[in-house]
Design a protein. Structure first.
Length: 426
C-alpha cells in the first residue's frame, strides 16, 4: 500500500473538480461521501473557489430563528447559525421573559475601529511623541486620502491615541489610528490607512515600524443592553436567587466566568455567523474585554428590582458590519440581514448585545432550576439516536428511553435499537 503523504504539490493550481477528484482518491472516499462533497448547496463551484484556498466543498450548519425580541421598542426575528441544541429556543424564551417589561434597551454603538502602528528603535521617545502630536492633522489627512468615499459618507480617520510600552525588546510607541468605519466591520480600511501613514511616521520619529494592523479589541465599539426579566416567568423567587448565586460565582471565579461568557457567546456568535461577520474577531475581542481589569470577569451583571424581577445588563465589544466581506457575497448572510431588518452596523450590534444577554439569562435559569442538561439533553438524545442508526420513525422512541434511563450514550442507543429489532423478530 502506498504511503500516505500530505505534502501535495500544486493542489491550489487544480480546478475545483480536479481537487475533489484528487482528495477523493487520496483518502479513498466512498460514492456516498463523494456525493456529499459535491453538494455545494447555494454556491456554484466558481463562487466557492473565490472564498478561500484549496476549496473542495461546502460546509453547512443549521440556520434557525429566535423570536419574541423587542429591542428599543422595535420587534426583531433574529437568525442564528449554530450546531448546539436548545440554544435558539432558550434565547426565544428569555426574550419572552423580558418582553413583559418592555424588552431590551440597547445603547448606540460607535463604529470606531483601532489600527495599531508599532514604532520601535526610538532613541528619543518623548520627542517622537511630540512629533506625532504636532503632526496629527497631516497623519489623519494621509489616512483619509485612502478612502475619500468613506469621508463623503461621514466616516474616516478621526483621532490618534499614543501608548508607551515597556517590552523585552525595549520601549515601543504604539500609535492607535482611530477610524469611523460606519457600516463596515472595518478591518480592511483601517489596515490600508495604517500602511499609508507608516512612511510619514517613520520619518517623523526616526523609528522603525513593524506591525500596522487592526486590533480586534474594539474598545471604542462597545455594545450595551439592559432588560428586566419577569420573576414569575423565570420560575419564581428561588430561580432568581439561584441566578444571582450563579452570577456571584462567575464574578469570583474565572473558571466559572469562562463558561458564563461562553453562554453569552452562544447567541452572539450564532448571529455573527448568520450575518457573515468575523466570528474569531468577535470572540477574541469579547474575551480580551472580559480581562481588561486584570482578572477574567463576566460580560454581564445582574441585580434584583423592588418587585423581585431579575435585571440584567451586558457590555461587550461588537465590531459587526452590514457591508463588505462575506455580508455582501454570501447569499444566506444577505437573507439573514433581510430577516433582521437592520439598517446599520450600529443597529446590528445593539441586537447582538440583547441576544447575548438573553442567551446568558436562559443558561443561568436552566442551571438554577432543572439544570442545563434536561433541556439540552432532549435534543442531544435525538442526535445520539440518529448517530446510532435509528430510523426517523424510531429516533423519538430511542431518545425517550435514553433520557428516562439517564444513559445518553451511543452504545446504549445501539443496545435499545437491538432490543427493538429483536422484539420485532419474535
Amino acid at each position: 500500500m502506498e504511503e500516505f503523504r500530505s505534502d501535495i504539490s500544486g493542489f491550489y493550481k487544480l480546478s475545483f473538480e480536479e481537487r475533489q477528484q484528487t482528495i477523493s482518491k487520496i483518502v479513498n472516499l466512498t460514492h456516498d461521501e463523494i456525493k456529499i462533497l459535491q453538494n455545494l448547496g447555494y454556491f456554484t463551484s466558481s463562487q466557492i473557489t473565490n472564498f478561500i484556498e484549496n476549496v473542495v466543498g461546502s460546509y453547512q450548519l443549521p440556520f434557525g430563528l429566535a423570536f419574541n425580541f423587542k429591542i428599543n421598542n422595535k420587534d426583531y426575528i433574529i437568525p442564528m447559525v449554530i450546531e448546539e441544541p436548545s440554544v435558539v429556543a432558550a434565547a426565544s424564551n428569555a426574550a419572552k421573559f423580558a418582553r413583559k417589561h418592555g424588552g431590551f434597551q440597547s445603547e448606540e454603538v460607535k463604529s470606531v475601529m483601532i489600527s495599531q502602528i508599532q514604532i520601535t528603535n526610538l532613541h528619543e521617545i518623548n520627542i517622537a511623541k511630540k512629533e506625532i502630536i504636532d503632526n496629527k492633522d497631516q497623519i489623519l489627512q494621509i489616512a483619509n486620502e485612502q478612502d475619500p468615499f468613506l469621508n463623503e459618507l461621514g466616516g474616516g480617520a478621526i483621532d490618534l491615541e499614543i501608548r508607551e510600552l515597556d517590552t523585552r525588546k525595549g520601549k515601543m510607541l504604539i500609535l492607535h489610528l482611530l477610524v469611523d468605519v460606519l457600516d463596515a466591520m472595518g478591518a480592511n480600511v483601517v489596515n490600508t490607512m495604517a500602511e499609508a501613514v507608516t512612511p510619514f511616521i517613520e520619518e517623523l520619529t526616526n523609528g522603525k515600524i513593524y506591525l500596522r494592523i487592526v486590533s480586534n479589541l474594539a474598545s471604542h465599539r462597545i455594545a450595551k443592553s439592559k432588560a428586566t426579566f419577569d420573576q414569575d416567568l423565570l420560575g419564581g423567587e428561588k430561580v432568581v436567587e439561584g441566578i444571582m448565586n450563579a452570577f456571584e460565582f462567575a464574578v469570583a471565579d474565572p473558571f466559572r466566568a469562562t463558561t458564563h461568557n461562553k453562554g453569552i457567546m452562544n447567541g452572539v456568535i450564532a448571529l455573527t455567523l448568520a450575518t457573515g461577520n468575523d466570528t474569531r474577531a468577535i470572540e477574541a475581542g469579547a474575551h480580551a474585554y472580559a480581562s481588561l481589569k486584570g482578572n477574567y470577569s463576566p460580560l454581564t451583571t445582574f441585580g434584583v428590582d423592588s418587585e423581585g424581577n431579575l435585571v440584567g445588563e451586558i457590555e461587550i465589544p461588537l465590531a459587526l458590519g452590514i457591508i463588505g466581506g462575506m455580508t455582501k457575497i454570501h447569499p444566506m448572510a444577505q437573507l439573514a440581514l433581510k430577516i433582521l431588518n437592520v439598517k446599520s452596523a450600529n443597529e446590528l450590534s445593539q441586537v447582538g448585545a440583547a441576544l447575548g444577554l438573553a442567551q446568558n439569562v436562559a443558561a443561568l435559569r436552566a442551571l438554577a432550576s432543572e439544570g442545563i442538561q434536561e433541556g439540552h439533553m432532549k435534543l442531544h438524545a435525538r442526535n445520539i439516536a440518529k448517530a446510532a442508526g435509528a430510523s426517523d420513525k424510531l429516533i423519538e422512541e430511542v431518545a425517550k428511553k435514553m433520557i428516562k434511563d439517564k444513559k445518553i450514550r451511543i452504545d446504549y442507543a445501539k443496545e435499545i435499537l437491538k432490543k427493538i429489532s429483536d422484539n420485532k423478530n419474535l
